[in-house]
Design a protein around this ligand. Structure first.
Ligand code: IMP
Length: 180
């Protein structure tokens, strides 16, 4: 059972769902005001459960797409961000809502946001389920944040350790013995 590897449950499924309702409402109000049809772009693979939870609550028109970038290896983020799978839709002259699981050092989102601006996106917003501000090395502003988390390695609800634990329905701190 993968739940045996969890030290502490940080955020329950109920807490996450409740917060997603609030975030979706806030996002919806903003896009309704702007009148744009954004492309909601999920960064694979960590954003999938969070993105599913959010988009089913949007009542405004939007398109969805995914891209995959690699930014970290094991528990440490590395500087080099490369695109492993680009999105299929064109971002030129489009509003983009980037969906990410966690903002850690901030390097991934900073690079991806720059890339969208270079490709001619009119507006790039960021929604992240988690924020670990203590680890930030790049000054990046996420427009919408679900929860702030302490400087611990967390898994579940899309977040992995070596590709495992993404399917846990909650977010928990991984036992140190698993990765040390
Ligand atoms: P950043 O570029 O350092 O902000 O890295 C963001 C990426 O690092 C996220 O998309 C995650 O894939 C990964 N990451 C950072 N912290 C954690 C964590 O606590 N658990 C699982 N993945 C993490």
């Amino acid at each position: 059972m993968i739940s045996q590897d969890i030290e502490t449950v940080l955020l329950t499924e109920e807490q996450i769902e409740k917060r997603c309702v609030e975030l979706a409402k806030q996002i919806e109000d903003d896009y309704n005001k702007e009148g744009e049809v954004p492309i909601v772009v999920g960064l694979l693979r960590g954003s999938v459960p969070f993105m599913a939870e959010l988009i089913k609550r949007f009542t405004f028109p939007c398109e969805i797409d995914f891209m995959s970038v690699s930014s970290y290896d094991g528990t440490e983020s590395i500087g080099d961000v490369k695109i492993d799978k680009d999105m299929d839709l064109s971002s030129k002259e489009r509003a983009i809502l980037l969906v990410e699981d966690i903002v850690d050092t901030g390097r991934t989102l900073s690079e991806v946001k720059k890339m969208f601006i270079n490709k001619g996106a009119t507006n790039v917003k960021i929604v992240a389920l988690l924020d670990k501000p203590s680890r930030r090395v790049v000054d990046i502003h996420a427009d919408y944040i679900g929860f702030e988390v302490p400087n611990e390695f967390v898994v579940g609800y899309g977040l992995d350790y070596n590709q495992k634990y993404r399917n846990l329905p909650y977010i928990g701190i991984l036992k140190r013995e698993i990765y040390e």
